[in-house]
Design a protein. Structure first.
Length: 336
């Protein structure tokens, strides 16, 4: 990064971060553990989010340190949650990553479509030090169809998550996102089925735009075991709406590395998000490369969105710091 770009970090980003940053949504993987490269197939959605074929934990931690050079960086991490994944290999890869690197908190891919028995889950949870489940996505791209939350989490995952007070990180399906009434009913069902679990909705329930969050947020009122991670959410208004409705204790900073390691910003154009990025990244859906302006990592834009939302919603410095560390740490310690 150039001196100018780093000076922006020191001036606009760093003063709003606590000493340790816990990133609650990151990936690490090797394509050697996949059955196919989604974008090398002609399957629908295969070119939705084209990314690196290998993203080892060393690179994840290097990206974290590059983004937050004067802070300690820790990350909740999980594998590649699409039909391409080989569950056994992915599980071994994530467990090894967490064993070999301090500051990585692993999640296990889980979902009935994987066909994993309760006994096998228990072995993996015990042996790998996993803190919960990343719910498996049984589709590519944005082909969300009529999938229901009730189809994505089965009896084995529900029972283990409840008994062990595990994190359940859920990427909600469907075009309507968390604003879809069936998805809202599904989240309420999940919260009631495993009241001891810590349910985290990835990407703020996929509400990247203010209209989506405004239509969605009411469903979380009164759900004490549901949180949202901020990965790839870069619109301060989205987070301001969330803070006003459910308060700062329910938000967890997340990036979605490797995606948010790209330089640029996710913006709203008409009724969809578009990733405006620096040149050199592979073509992907809703990704537009441009030059002639300065850009830093998208992770910074997420920090900036939290910063401005907190200021506008009257959130204290201590509560804002909680979004970046304490809120998530409490879930990992099974304290809440
Ligand atoms: Zn992700």
């Amino acid at each position: 990064m150039t001196d100018n770009v780093l000076a922006y970090y020191r001036r606009e980003i760093a003063p709003f971060l606590p000493p340790v940053v816990l990133d609650f949504h990151t990936h690490t993987w090797s394509a050697n553990d996949w059955k196919e490269r989604p974008w090398a197939t002609d399957k629908a959605g295969g070119r939705y989010m084209v990314t690196d074929e290998h993203y080892p934990p060393e690179q994840l931690l290097a990206d974290g340190r590059a983004c937050f050079p004067d802070r300690v960086y820790e990350a909740v991490c999980f594998g590649y949650p699409t039909p391409a994944v080989d569950w056994e290999k992915d599980t071994a890869y994530i467990a090894a990553a967490a064993r070999e690197h301090a500051g990585l908190w692993p999640l296990l891919l889980g979902g009935p479509a994987l066909g994993v028995s309760r006994e096998r889950y228990e072995q993996a949870l015990d042996a790998g030090g996993f803190h919960g489940f990343k719910v498996f996505l049984n589709w590519y791209g944005d082909a969300y169809g009529d999938t229901r939350v009730e189809d994505m989490v089965g009896p084995a995952e529900l029972a283990l998550a409840n008994e062990r007070r595990l994190v359940v990180l859920l990427h909600v399906p469907r075009r309507g996102r968390l604003a879809d009434p069936d998805i809202q009913a599904g989240v309420r069902w999940l919260a009631a089925e495993c009241p001891q679990a810590k349910i985290v909705l990835a990407h703020c329930g996929r509400c990247y735009l203010p209209a989506e969050m405004k239509a969605a947020i009411g469903c979380l009122r009164g759900l004490d075991n549901v949180w949202m991670d901020t990965s790839m959410v870069m619109d301060p208004v989205v987070l301001q709406i969330a803070l006003n409705e459910i308060g700062p204790g329910r938000l967890l900073f997340g990036t979605d590395f490797p995606v948010a390691a790209m330089h640029g910003r996710r913006v709203r154009v008409h009724d969809h998000w578009v990733d405006v990025v620096a040149p050199g990244y592979p073509p992907s859906a809703y990704r537009v490369a441009g030059e002639g302006y300065q850009a830093g990592p998208m992770a910074w834009e997420i920090v900036l969105a939290i910063r401005w939302a907190c200021e506008l919603a009257g959130v204290s410095d201590a509560e804002r710091a909680g979004i970046f560390y304490d809120n998530g740490k409490r879930l990992l310690r099974r304290e809440t």
